[in-house]
Design a protein around this ligand. Structure first.
Ligand SMILES: Nc1ncnc2c1ncn2[C@@H]1O[C@H](COP(=O)(O)OP(=O)(O)OP(=O)(O)O)[C@@H](O)[C@H]1O
Ligand SMILES: [Mg+2]
Length: 386
């Protein structure tokens, strides 16, 4: 495979297998394999990889901080593969995707008759993951009542299934992730400080893609190769130097997931061969050298004439900067604009409808209805592994 990453022989001197072997008695082949999915050789990513290797053997909780799409789940899986628990299960649970009323029984299990409809006992994720790793994603969304229960598991390594008196032993390594600033959530009393300390024993901070521009090209090549292979293209898709330059300037607010989805979309749309500037959606083309994520937001706003103007105290004001002499079809225009913003919100949040709805100032039900009505099916929706 033509995947270039930190293991392709271009190590910086302090990132050598010898150092890892001294500090961590893992066979070289094991960590090389466990980390091979993580593409990137910027200094920031090398630091992340070094931290993964250092903390993987410990059983202490790891909290992975980082914007959406930066690779937090990828890192959690790598931690598991490099841990002594690697032969047991890795279970990923998205705390924001499970309604509060179900989360407790999903995590800790329940016994027959615990609540209406509990016709037989069921194991929870803590039991299913016994001996392995439990990855609690979007931990910042965990409701306060469950935060207290999780704290008990971390302190006492014990939990009680819903409706039962039996105390069970929790034998899992807890890895959590957040894309919100948990310290902020603590300050606003939405997240318990004692739980934050317990979870944040070993923090890993994922750098956003705009802060490691050197990785963009590697990621583009990696996903291009992946899409070429998965579609079995005889006439393989490749990018012109101009396209690389353009995409290296773009600030990637949706990070690696946005990049991955873009490549998949372009390869499907072009069907192979040269990918030139014309194949790129407009917002990727217009970014000028030195642009920031903030500048990018205004590019998105300006890309369509008429223009969607500033966000003013939470409310967008649509205004027609220049109404063309021939006029426009207002309904068609507004529907297109809305579709485009919904798709961007979905991509930016990794198709997390709760977060996308927040970005758009809609409630979740309204967003879901609109997605259905307009048939805005995501191209590459990530799946939850349980
Ligand atoms: N460094 C990387 N190398 C290769 N693929 C990556 C990298 N980082 C992320 N990806 C890919 O990008 C996608 C998003 O990554 P992941 O789901 O781990 O992000 P995340 O930080 O958990 O996002 P979210 O907060 O939205 O859940 C996945 O398909 C993942 O495989
Ligand atoms: Mg994730």
């Amino acid at each position: 495979m033509n995947q270039r990453n930190v293991f392709d022989g271009s190590f910086t001197p302090d990132f050598s297998p010898a150092i890892f072997e001294r500090e961590n008695p893992i066979p070289v082949g094991a960590w090389r394999h466990a980390l091979s999915e993580i593409v990137g050789r910027s200094e920031a990513m090398e630091r992340v990889l070094q931290t993964i290797v250092k903390v993987a053997r410990s059983d202490s909780p790891v909290l992975i901080h980082g914007e959406s799409g930066t690779g937090k789940e990828l890192v959690a899986r790598a931690l598991h593969r490099l841990s002594p628990r690697a032969s047991r299960r890795f279970l990923a649970v998205n705390c924001s995707a499970i309604p509060e009323s179900l989360l407790e029984s999903e995590l800790f299990g329940y016994v027959k008759g615990a609540f209406t409809g509990a016709e037989k006992s069921r194991k929870g994720y803590f039991e299913e993951a016994t001996g392995g790793t439990l990855f609690l994603d979007e931990i910042g969304e965990m409701p306060p009542r469950l935060q207290a229960k999780l704290l008990r598991v971390l302190q006492e390594k014990q939990y009680t299934p819903v409706g039962s008196n039996e105390v069970k032993l929790a034998d899992v390594r807890i890895v959590t992730a957040t894309n919100v600033d948990l310290e902020d959530a603590v300050a606003q009393q939405r997240f318990r400080l004692d739980l934050f300390y317990r979870l944040n024993v070993l923090p890993i901070v994922m750098p956003p893609l705009r802060e490691r521009k050197g990785d963009i090209r590697l990621l583009l090549e990696h996903f291009l190769e992946h899409s070429n292979q998965s579609h079995g293209l005889v006439n393989q898709a490749f990018m012109t130097p101009e396209v690389y330059a353009c995409l290296e300037r773009y600030p990637w607010p949706g990070n690696v997931r946005e990049l991955q989805n873009l490549i998949e979309r372009i390869v499907v749309m072009t069907g192979g061969g040269a990918i030139n500037i014309e194949a790129l959606p407009q917002e990727y083309v217009q970014v000028k050298a030195g642009a920031t994520a903030r500048d990018h937001a205004s590019v998105l706003i300006e890309k369509s004439e008429p223009i969607l103007r500033d966000r003013d105290e939470g409310a967008f004001q649509a205004s027609l900067e220049v109404l063309p002499p021939e006029g426009i079809n207002l309904e068609f225009f507004i529907e297109n604009l809305e579709n485009s913003l919904i798709m961007q919100a979905l991509e930016r949040t990794g198709h997390n409808k709760n977060q996308a709805a927040k970005l758009l100032g809609l409630n979740r039900t309204t967003l879901v209805e609109r997605i259905k009505k307009r048939k805005l099916a995501p191209l590459n929706s990530p799946s939850k592994e349980l």
